[in-house]
Design a protein. Sequence first.
Length: 148
Amino acid sequence: MKSDGRKDEVRFETELDAPPEKVWRALTVPEYVARWLAPADMGPEEGGAFRLEGEDGGIDCRIVEATRPHLLRYSWREEGGPDSLVSFRLAATEAGGTRLTIVHSGLARPALPALRIAGVSGCRMSLGAKRSGPSMIAANEPAMAMAA
């Protein structure tokens, strides 16, 4: 995880052994999204609205951009929180896997230290993510295994 100098974003990059089409399904098919993130009735259509349902409340989202299987971007509004934007960029690797970059931008400055402490960088889909550096485990990581 890195911030690239922007104080209002969290960036996570990893390589997955799965091809981009499989990772795309994990990001856009409701049953797979529910396994690693939260229950949601969504599809990859631009302009489509959906709500992620979590234990601590819901998150209202709207697809801003969807270019299969390379880019998914949606607005993110937690109850009582600021509007922000989540982007997923997928690029094929020479080995047949996917380079996945997740950027959550527009975050309130005070939230960033808490996100880093909580281990956001450990939030990965269990599709064979390769890591460099120390391992951080997200609280929801055991539920992320999927067969997209």
